[in-house]
Design a protein around this ligand. Structure first.
Ligand code: TUI
Length: 309
């Protein structure tokens, strides 16, 4: 089989990228994914500059393979995070939940490959023009902050619109999903939900169990009225949030206050009733733990077998 452009570009063995899950994707998970031959990512969302630097230093101790940082553009620490990745010699970043224009020049001047998560063709075309090395076309099946278009519809439209490699994300958790993404023209996949239950993932056990027992219709999108829709597992929190969101007397400040800190509550404290368990629609397919190495190899081998490669 011909060489994979995403593997070549990033110096990795398998075209599998781990999602930059806020409060979850730390140095330990990123290093485990990178050691297994994929691309691990540290989520910068929940860390100030110095906390992020400490995570990067820890990951450097845990792996000598390439790893990256996910820059969540709505993060209160985004400016610090951009400076830290430039100073620490990070080779690749992914950006998400917004338009990265403001930071492209600085990142590229520091020799960092920038891979942008996009939820539309328009943004894909724009970031290609600004020098992005690849795009991650993320469909609304994914967990956390979501766009409006499904992976099945988004990926081929982005593939036709840009000349840089397209990585598919949203609703992919096994070899069938990976093979399907390839058929749509993607050269690699990014998975979040699949790595949530990995043995090396430090998310609270209660959260892991909720993902492992989830079925196909167990997620819901809330927060559309605030301009940042989020997909999470249904629970007391999403029910109350939805009711408030539908109530015309609720102010956006009240809603923002309800959402603030909810992911931390679930991921760190294990409060899966009142916290936000962000998770993709594919959770119903995730039935067992497994190490990052087992996950990556089984998915890749299954995909290649299906494709007759
Ligand atoms: O960023 C994500 N997923 C996330 S971030 C996150 S942290 C969070 N915490 C509390 C509340 C809300 C979020 C959890 N999950 N995925 C990448 C992604 N980016 N998905 C969709 C997009 C996106 C959407 C619209 C990227 C750009 C965009 O357009 C921006 C523009 O201006 O055109």
């Amino acid at each position: 089989m011909e060489k994979n452009p995403v593997c070549e570009m990033l110096g990795i063995e398998y075209p599998v990228i781990q999602g930059g899950m806020a409060w979850i994707a730390d140095a330990k998970l990123a290093a485990a994914v990178s050691n297994a031959g994929g691309l691990g990512l540290i989520a910068a969302m929940n860390s100030n500059g110095e906390q992020l630097r400490a995570q990067i230093k820890e990951a450097k101790k845990l792996t000598d393979k390439p790893f990256g940082v996910n820059l969540m553009l709505m993060s209160p620490y985004i400016e610090e995070a951009v400076d830290v990745v430039c100073e620490e010699g990070i080779s690749v970043v992914t950006t998400g939940a917004g338009n990265p224009s403001k930071y492209m020049e600085k990142l590229k001047s520091a020799n960092i490959k920038v891979i942008c998560v996009v939820a539309s063709v328009a943004l894909a075309v724009m970031v290609e023009r600004m020098g992005a090395s690849a795009v991650i076309a993320e469909g609304c099946e994914s967990g956390g902050h979501v766009g409006e278009t499904t992976t099945m519809a988004l990926v081929p439209q982005v593939v036709d619109a840009v000349n840089i490699p397209v990585i598919a994300a949203g609703g992919i958790a096994d070899g069938r999903g990976m093979a399907a993404a390839y058929m749509l023209g993607a050269k690699a996949v990014q998975m979040g939900t699949r790595f949530l239950t990995a043995k090396e993932c430090g998310v609270h056990e209660n959260y892991k169990e909720k993902v492992l027992s989830a079925k196909d219709r167990d997620t819901i999108v809330t927060g559309k009225s605030l301009g940042h829709p989020v997909r999470a597992l249904k629970n007391r929190m999403t029910r109350e949030f939805q009711a408030k969101e539908l109530d015309p007397n609720t102010t956006s400040e009240e809603l923002e206050a309800m959402g603030a800190g909810a992911l931390r509550k679930a991921a760190i404290d294990g409060d899966v009733k009142y916290g936000s368990c962000m998770c993709g629609q594919i959770a119903g397919l995730v039935k067992s733990e497994g190490t990052c190495e087992e996950i990556i190899k089984s998915i890749y081998n299954e995909a290649m077998a299906l494709m007759g490669a």
